[in-house]
Write a protein that binds this ligand. Structure first.
Ligand code: BGC
Length: 780
């Protein structure tokens, strides 16, 4: 847990005012910068000390064998893991005769600020060397959101009170030594020296290294250019070696004098382009960046983010930490997806190597909803990535004896990377999440081109999967047996309600899309007969219900299982998967993460308010939240059921997941879905926002602790602002034509320039449900 209390609570920044080497790795994740293509962890400029060095390029991975003690048909033979590519962040500093290394000497002051509006990380520190020379270092770092391959650092050093001889070594370093993985199965496999050198170059202020991954055969090129300013004489020299290129800058500084090195770093990778083409590509990217220079890049970054915040900001009065956390979350979600451009958005974004850099359903179910309403172009790109991976998904379906496409549970390139069937491929619901995201994107943007060119194919191929995975029984009821729903503590269950409801929506959406685009559907081989079969399956879908208890079953028979011995489970035995055998978790009523409760959010129209409240009350005491994906969903449904205090606590937990390292693994990278979930908890939870078809409905209600919540949504060519207080909600159209919405069920028509205010009715009074012992939400 981050207990040093060093992150000040401020609305637009994350500020660290003391450096604790024990939590260095966590802070590297928190201060990570990325644009979805390039990711730099917040490693100290000098390269050492570090928790986990990390420079990533989205899509650059290495393959490794997946060994099985007992082999089985259809098990993936090789896995993919994200690798640490050539590090362009490093600027080492020598002061008189001593390396500037925080493990030596005395750190007089230290501050790092992640500026969410400027999109930069600023570091200021004063250090006294063991020999007594005092210097001030100021470094500003950015990963450009406007120039996709570029990251940059402005590094300044000055002596405080006496003359100092300083040497700055600006480097590109490949095959950095990585710390041993920490034994947590959720952390990444560290591959030693994954990069084979192909070219090294240094001339003047320019550096370049080109490498190739040994097995996946991906070529990685990184180049740097510098602008140096310092008092005369400041000398420079450059050199290169297979895994290192370096510019050395030497100067003597009097107090009041500064040495400043501006470093621009360009990144490129390809599985097909030649060595000369790749080195030209990074040189060209450098030329474009150098044309505007550091200041130009910083200005572009600010303009880009001003525009983002105008579309996306959420304002919270009354919960300062939540205010900071939701912006921190939005910023990281943007960073993860902004320029991913037909590449995956991994569970950790590009902030760490946790989960081997894999993308899961987290993307479509948690991250894309935020981007849909704030940066819809990024959503289209993310779904085009899924479309590009259809060949692998079709192959996987065929291998499993199924039709259509079986998207992987976890992957970088599109192939299944999960070596564990029950909590891997059997979680077929990832396919419905992809279909759901495509439908949501079309419904909220009205982008018919996207539906025709991308959405349709995703819908058709996933509908085929469901139709072939399930069967009609003798009564005609349609079942999806032996699947794993979101709750990974129940595996290979029959008729998981979440999966069945999502599959039903998927089948119907596919049939509707085929009707709207008959020509394109024909090209995909889909006709009326096939869509009729999808509709039949959808209509006959089994939705397990326990009439005696009056609740929906998470899956068929779930409510008759033995309850987990919660009273006999100690606090230190969570997460359960690290302390108990899966077989026992699988056969008891114990839930890792919101499953049926998630269905009540994603397929809310299928449940009336009474069932929402009853189901929530039934599943709460069984849900242990051993996944960071749970709190935000529980927050959303708790708010709907009127448990506003509980919803607030869950929101806080989702919001502080990384800022307070609640899952103790922020060191491996941020929980992007949970960060996105903070937005979900506020907008869908307290804002009560639901999309039903092409209509937005709001049922806002604030918890006592919040006096105001305001958010902005992009919706069908409009910008809609919603402002909620304890008493009322005001809806205004910031941009775009009139729109009909609903407020607590009643229709409201919004016209440009004419905000509408409505009173907020009080919530229904229901006793607050209990959580398992030791599993109350984190509250502040
Ligand atoms: C959760 C999955 C999730 C994965 C990556 C697991 O712990 O159970 O639902 O996709 O983490 O975030």
């Amino acid at each position: 847990m981050i207990t040093h209390g060093a992150y000040a609570v401020e609305p637009w920044t994350v500020r660290e005012t003391e450096l604790s080497l024990d939590v260095l790795a966590q802070s590297e994740s928190v201060f990570a910068l990325s644009n979805g293509h390039v990711g730099w962890r917040g490693n100290l400029d000098e390269g050492e000390p570090h928790g986990l060095p990390g420079s990533y390029l989205n899509g650059v991975y290495e393959v490794h064998p997946l060994p099985y003690a007992e082999a089985g048909y259809g098990y993936p033979e090789s896995g993919q893991t994200i690798i640490n590519v050539t590090n362009g962040k490093v600027l080492r500093l020598l002061v008189d005769d001593e390396p500037f290394d925080l493990r030596y000497g005395r750190l007089v002051s230290h501050e790092r600020v992640l500026d969410l509006r400027r999109g930069v990380m600023e570091r200021t520190c004063e250090w006294c060397s063991p020999a007594g020379t005092r210097i001030r270092v100021r470094a500003t770092r950015m990963v450009s959101l406007t120039q996709r391959s570029i990251a940059a650092v402005a590094y300044e050093v000055e002596p405080v009170d006496c003359r100092a001889r300083v040497v700055v070594q600006s480097e590109l370093v490949a095959n950095e030594q990585l710390p041993e993985p920490n034994g947590d199965p959720r952390a990444a496999l560290a591959l030693e020296s994954p990069l084979e050198p192909e070219q090294d170059f240094a001339s003047g202020h320019r550096l370049r290294l080109v490498h190739r991954t040994r097995h996946s055969g991906l070529r990685v090129a990184v180049a740097a250019d510098h602008v140096v300013s310092g008092p005369e004489p400041t000398t420079t020299g450059s050199e290169s070696h297979p895994d290192l290129a370096r510019l050395t800058v030497a100067s003597v500084l009097e107090p009041g004098q500064k040495l400043r090195v501006e470093k621009l770093v360009a990144h490129g990778w390809s599985g097909v382009r030649s060595l000369p083409a790749m080195s030209d590509q990074v040189d060209a990217a450098l030329a474009a960046a150098a044309r505007v220079g550091w200041t130009g890049l910083a200005d572009e970054q600010r303009v880009y983010l001003d525009d983002f915040w105008a579309r996306a900001d959420v304002e919270v009065d009354g919960g300062e930490e939540i205010q900071q956390a939701v912006r921190f979350g939005l910023f990281h979600v943007l960073q993860a997806g902004a320029r991913a451009e037909e590449r995956a958005i991994p569970a950790k974004g590009l902030t760490g190597s946790g989960y081997d850099g894999h993308a899961f359903w987290d993307t479509e179910m948690f991250v894309l909803p935020v981007l849909t309403y704030t940066s819809p172009d990024a959503v289209a790109e993310a779904l085009r990535w899924r479309q590009n991976t259809l060949p692998a998904a079709r192959e996987r379906a065929a291998q499993l004896g199924l039709r259509g496409a079986a998207f992987p549970w976890r992957t970088i390139e599109g192939q299944e990377g999960s070596a564990y069937w029950p909590a891997g491929t059997a979680a077929f619901h990832v396919n419905a999440a992809i279909a759901h995201a495509a439908v949501r994107h079309v419904a909220t943007t009205g982008d018919e081109d996207f539906e025709r060119d991308t959405g349709l194919e995703l819908l058709v191929e996933t509908a085929r999967l469901w139709r072939s995975l399930g069967h009609h029984d003798h009564r005609g009821t349609f079942h999806l047996d032996g699947v794993t729903g979101p709750d990974e503590y129940s595996a290979l269950a029959d008729d998981n309600t979440y999966t069945n409801l999502m599959a039903r929506a998927n089948l119907l959406a596919a049939a509707d899309a085929v009707e709207r685009h008959p020509k394109e559907a024909e090209r995909l081989g889909a006709d009326d007969e096939e869509s009729a079969a999808w509709r039949d399956a959808a209509e006959a879908m089994n939705i397990p219900y326990n009439g005696e208890l009056g609740v929906h079953e998470q899956s068929a028979g779930f409510t008759r299982y033995q309850r987990w011995d919660f009273a006999g489970t100690r606090a230190d035995q969570y997460p359960l998967m690290l302390h108990f055998p899966y077989f026992d978790l699988y056969r008891k009523q114990v839930i890792k993460q919101a499953d049926l409760v998630l269905a009540m959010y994603t397929c809310g129209a299928e449940f009336d308010e009474e069932h929402i409240a009853r189901n929530f009350a039934y599943y709460e005491p069984l849900t242990v939240r051993d996944s960071s994906l749970s709190a935000c969903v529980q927050a959303t449904i708790a708010a709907q059921a009127g448990h506003l205090r509980l919803a607030y606590d869950y929101t806080t937990e989702a919001a502080l997941m990384d800022l307070e390292d609640l899952e103790h693994n922020t060191r491996d990278g941020l929980h992007i879905a949970s960060l996105a979930g903070t937005w979900m908890a506020l907008v869908a939870g307290f804002g009560g926002t639901r999309r039903v078809g092409e209509t937005l409905r709001f049922s806002p209600r604030l918890p006592e602790k919040l006096s105001r919540l305001a958010f902005i949504l992009q919706f069908r060519g409009r910008r809609l602002r919603v402002e909620i207080t304890q008493q009322s909600a005001t809806y205004s159209l910031v941009d775009g034509p009139s729109l009909r919405i609903r407020h607590h069920g009643a229709p409201v028509t919004l016209h440009p320039g004419a905000p509408e205010t409505r009173p907020v009715p009080p919530p229904a009074h229901r006793p607050a449900p209990e959580q398992p012992p030791h599993r109350k939400p984190h509250s502040h």
